[in-house]
Write a protein that binds this ligand. Structure first.
Ligand SMILES: *Cc1c(COP(=O)(O)O)cnc(C)c1O
Length: 381
């Protein structure tokens, strides 16, 4: 039972390659510490190319800032409706909450754990028949734990109802949907480089969209200054840009994105091989249209008397960081009474009540993973 002197095993720690510091040194050497600078422009261009759709990209201080600008550009305001996947992190909805939007939450489908197109269709149809169709300003589809949504189905439903889509791909950089990279869907898509994501700038985000929208977002994210010889403002904005230093880190990280994805997929595969046959244990599925970056290995435990919170506590005794699956938004106290469209029973509630995320870092050693595996086996014994 002893953890010995072993270092803590984190859920998803940063993984530097050595290339980041070279690019950061270059930023220092050229004194491009601020404002913005050539690494920012290169990081934006390289990210748009990597995602691979004809789009522009805007590097920002966080994924949450990117979501805020997407809601802003879609005109979300008080009394408008935002329809969103319930099973997600609160940052997906926080900016629209602060704008006074009302939320309708959508259940997950069991095949992908992501937004159910069927439940989404039911919600949008009801809103239309209530005469509130034109108040629905956005559907937010979240690519959870590295897996894209069933995008064709979701986009078809949203097209039919005339609602723009925001793809929250914060967890899914490098994942594929039918061969197309995450971040390549919807009117806006959002990436995150927070410290625990598959790559990190220590903190940062990216907004992707068409050139005109990104031009407007760029203006709003840099204090919305009119083109005048003095400080003039026809509107007001935010200070949301990413610094040149952090963009340099991001470029160094992007040089290794493919290795990081492969490492996380190997981590997942070993967990699945060694724990998958335990009674009641099921890993997050991967539909045939998906190629997940496996940002976090997620699984469910269906056993009488075993809750994921207990397993998290047992792993903590061995200095291992694990987490329950996201608590769905429709179960959060702040959204008490919000509308919710279940898929079949209540899939996202069940995933929360039984789901667990295991340490999944791309730099995790075989020994560390072995320690996690024995800890899980002991907890389930
Ligand atoms: C991390 C995350 C965000 C927020 O990104 P930050 O860069 O941390 O602001 C948004 N949505 C999801 C699903 C996330 O996991």
């Amino acid at each position: 039972m002893s953890t010995g002197s072993r270092e803590r095993i984190y859920l998803s720690p940063p993984h530097m390659s050595g290339d980041e510091i070279k690019l950061v040194s270059d930023a220092f050497a050229s004194n491009w510490i601020a404002p913005l600078g050539p690494h920012v422009e290169a990081f934006e261009r390289e990210t748009a190319e990597y995602v691979g759709r004809p789009c522009s990209a805007l590097a920002l201080a966080s994924g949450t800032a990117a979501l805020h600008l997407a809601f802003e550009l879609l005109g979300v305001g008080r009394g408008d409706v935002v329809v969103c996947a319930s099973l997600t992190f609160a940052a997906t909805v926080a900016p629209a909450y602060h704008k006074g939007a009302e939320f309708v939450f959508i259940d997950s489908e069991p095949e992908s754990w992501n937004m159910s197109p069927r439940a989404l269709d039911a919600a949008l149809s009801d809103l239309a028949s209530e005469g509130r169709g034109d108040r629905v300003k956005a559907v937010v589809a979240v690519d959870l734990y590295g897996q894209t949504c069933d995008m064709d189905s979701i986009l078809a439903v949203c097209d039919r109802h005339g609602v723009p889509v925001i793809e929250d791909a914060a967890e899914s950089l490098g994942s594929l949907y039918k061969g197309v990279r995450a971040g390549g869907f919807g009117k806006f898509s959002v990436l995150s480089y927070n410290g625990n994501k598959i790559i990190t700038t220590s903190g940062g985000g990216m907004l992707l969209s068409d050139a005109d929208s990104i031009k407007r977002a760029r203006f709003l994210s840099t204090q919305a200054r009119d083109p005048a010889p003095w400080y003039q403002h026809s509107t007001l904005g935010w200070n949301y840009r990413l610094s040149n230093i952090l963009a340099a880190i991001g470029r160094g990280q992007m040089m290794h994105i493919q290795e990081r994805i492969e490492a996380r997929r190997r981590v997942f595969d070993r967990y699945a091989a060694e724990l998958g046959s335990l009674d009641g244990v099921n890993f997050m599925p991967e539909p045939e249209w998906s190629h997940s970056n496996r940002w976090l290995t997620a699984l469910t435990i269906d056993r009488e008397g075993v809750s994921p919170v207990d397993v998290v506590a047992r792993l903590e005794e061995r200095n291992i960081e694990a987490r329950p699956v996201w608590k769905p938004m429709h179960m959060q106290p702040v959204f008490d009474g919000a509308r919710y469209y279940a898929h079949d029973g209540d899939v996202s509630r069940r995933l929360f009540e039984r789901g667990l995320c295991l340490p999944s870092g791309s730099a995790m050693t075989q020994e560390q993973q072995g320690a996690v595996i024995s800890a899980v086996k002991d907890a389930l014994r």
